[in-house]
Design a protein around this ligand. Structure first.
Ligand code: BJW
Length: 233
């Protein structure tokens, strides 16, 4: 593509798999060990708060022990070296894109290292546990929850994401199963607005037929290869 100026990239759990973070729907993944409706819904949190807070404490602790992989670094390089615009939209709650050096990342499903207060609704950066019910740094109420988006809740930054998709020349989806909306619908939105669409995934995703091209394999190989192709055509 010669007149490529605006790229929107959607990432999912697959990009962090090779860093050692479990995906959700794979064999042995997070949802084999925990029921989705127990730990990823507001109803589950209301019913089993200790289970949910403990689940996210465990994942926050595990995050401190892993590192970005070649795919995260390649996207950070693309953001720095590409002459046009690159917007990185991630469904992941880890901070591996930022730790690899990416600066423009929208976390549409929230972040593990942020806490949301159920009383004052303010966010606070968070590195400690939540299961011991610490007070909110702002209003002091002991009502903090993980600042993540559960099923039935509105994902973050949707206006900015849709605005970027409307303008995009190229939409790239990396390491996501295409099982969860609205992210799963971005490829159709992008195609409707005239963008080309490329999928980089270990296996074909649910929405694979919508992409102009699907490259199958591990993100740590496919993503650096694709970035090289964009930067040195
Ligand atoms: C590799 C790899 C390697 C492995 N290299 N690849 C329309 C139709 C039907 C239902 C709905 C609909 N719209 C909304 C809904 C309801 C619902 C929904 O989608 N339900 C589905 C079950 C059908 N959606 C919602 O409720 C959302 N809210 C909402 O829609 O609000 C209203 C709204 C309307 C209109 C516009 C805007 C809003 C909220 C969804 C919240 C999702 N939350 C979670 C938990 C976040 C916190 C946490 O991390 O715990 O987000 S669920 C979980 O799934 C998490 C993920 O971000 C998300 C997606 O998972 P992902 O990343 O795709 O992971 P996997 O495991 O599924 O796939 C990994 C992939 O990687 C696989 O393909 C592997 O092959 C691949 N892979 N290794 C490359 N090395």
């Amino acid at each position: 593509m010669n007149d490529l100026r605006k790229i929107v990239i959607l990432t999912g759990a697959g990009i962090s798999a090779e860093s050692g973070i479990d995906t959700f729907r794979s064999e042995g993944g997070l949802w084999e060990q925990h029921k989705i409706e127990d730990v990823a819904t507001p109803e589950g949190f209301a019913r089993y708060p200790e289970l949910v807070l403990g689940f996210y404490d465990m994942r926050r602790e595990a995050l401190a022990k892993v590192e970005p992989n070649a795919a995260h670094y390649a996207l950070a390089r693309l953001e720095q070296e590409f002459a046009g615009d690159v917007l990185l939209v991630t469904q992941n709650v880890d901070d591996l894109h930022e730790r690899a050096g990416a600066r423009h990342v929208l976390h549409m499903h929230g972040e593990l290292k942020s806490a949301l207060c159920g009383a004052c609704e303010m966010r606070s950066g968070w590195n400690a546990t939540l299961s011991d019910r610490p007070p909110c740094p702002i209003c002091k109420a002991p009502m903090l929850r993980p600042d993540v988006v559960w099923f039935g809740e509105m994902p973050y930054q949707m206006e900015r994401i849709y605005a970027a998709i409307r303008e995009a020349d190229l939409f790239v989806s990396i390491g996501t199963s295409g099982a969860v909306y609205p992210a799963a619908g971005f490829v159709r939105d992008a195609k409707d607005c005239g963008a080309a669409a490329l999928e980089l995934n270990l296996e074909a995703s649910d929405g694979s037929a919508w992409f102009d091209e699907s490259r199958l394999g591990k993100a740590s190989r496919l993503v650096p290869e694709w970035v090289e192709q964009i930067l040195r055509p």
